[in-house]
Design a protein around this ligand. Structure first.
Ligand code: PHE
Length: 345
């Protein structure tokens, strides 16, 4: 059997390395790099693999030197590929010679800010937390039990009229679901889950098919508060609302109750707050109706509670001096950037 001479083997390897160098120098993109990789490093018929087979044809005495040379060339070729890979995948301006002067001032950045309604929601939540109320959330798609029935709003009640609600027919549900029309749904959800004592507040979106005008929008936000424990009265309700209003508006804010009606509170009131010498209607409130306590399995003989629901847009409009709540939803940056959120939670 004739042996391959060591010189030929070494010469072929050197030629292979030069070839790899040349091909890689010309490879300017990932595709060219890949075809070079297949040609030289391909596992089956790449040139290195072929050269390695030559190793077996060397005379026994030449094998150690041949092996060493093979390994050296293989390492060089591997390094050439690694360098080429880095060059090809580097960003386009990697070859730029002009240095960046990091001491130059940067472009001015326009910082965004928190939406005024979100600012209001966060502030209300923070104040209510300080008053001992836990912030909880409820779903925006509700069933009729939580939006109406458990709140003592029976089937024939006008509040359930399809013209006043966004009903959703869902194939898997026997009766239509709806976009919740009030956050009072969360009162029921929490009372069903937990036992008294309870102090919760829930802030979120509600939906009613109203025509949009300066004070109405088909989607708006409410703050719902609920406190249930033994011995709770309207006096507690008024104290909490007054503490809240004083913290929110600053100073000692007066709160006024006017008789009203809600199916799920008895007695029920409209809540007004005095603002710069004017009385502003903020929402509804009352003592949780015993029928509601019973519907969630509480004993009205041992616990009582109050609930209130305030309009977030109304509070925000007053606080920021906004005359038309539609401005909150237009997403006009010239409007939104007027509400600094510095110092906001
Ligand atoms: N859910 C009532 C509404 O949307 C407000 C309310 C909440 C009234 C809690 C009483 C108690 O108008």
């Amino acid at each position: 059997m004739t042996h391959l001479s060591l010189e030929t083997f070494v010469a072929e390897l050197n030629e292979l390395r030069v070839g790899a160098e040349r091909m890689l120098a010309e490879a300017t993109d990932a595709a060219a790099l890949e075809s070079a990789r297949v040609a030289f490093l391909g596992a089956k018929s790449g040139r290195l693999k072929t050269a390695q087979r030559g190793l077996g044809q060397l005379a026994k005495a030449d094998k150690p030197a041949g092996g060493r040379h093979f390994n050296a060339v293989k390492q060089e070729v591997d390094a050439l590929f690694a360098a080429a890979h880095e060059r090809v995948s580097a960003p386009i301006d990697a070859h730029r010679t002009t240095a960046i002067d990091v001491t130059l001032p940067g472009d001015s950045i326009r910082l965004g800010r928190v939406h005024p309604l979100t600012q209001t929601i966060r502030r209300v939540a923070a104040i209510m937390s300080h008053l001992g109320f836990e912030v909880v959330e409820g779903p925006e798609v509700e069933d009729q039990w939580h939006n109406f029935e458990a709140l003592a709003i029976p089937a024939e009640h006008p509040a359930r009229d399809p013209l006043d609600n966004f009903y959703l027919s869902v194939a898997s549900h026997a009766e239509p679901l709806l976009l919740r029309s009030q956050t009072s749904t969360v009162q029921i959800r929490v009372m069903e889950e937990r036992d008294p004592p309870l102090r919760i507040v829930s802030l979120g979106r509600v939906y009613r098919p109203d025509t949009a005008d300066a004070t109405h929008y088909p989607m708006f936000h409410q703050v719902e508060g609920l406190l249930v424990e033994p011995g709770i009265t309207m006096a507690h309700l008024k104290s909490v609302l007054r503490s809240f209003a004083s913290s929110f508006l600053g100073g000692d804010v007066h709160v006024r109750f006017r008789p009203s009606f809600f199916p799920f509170t008895e007695p029920s009131v409209e809540v007004d707050m005095e603002w710069n010498g004017r009385w502003i209607e903020m929402g509804g409130a009352g003592m949780v109706d015993p029928a509601v306590l019973e519907a969630v399995g509480y004993d009205p003989e041992t616990v009582s509670g109050f609930a209130f629901g305030l309009g977030v847009e109304r509070i925000a409009a007053r606080r920021f001096g906004v005359a038309d709540i539609r401005d909150f939803y237009r997403n006009d940056v010239r409007f939104l950037e007027q509400f600094s959120d510095r110092g906001q939670a």
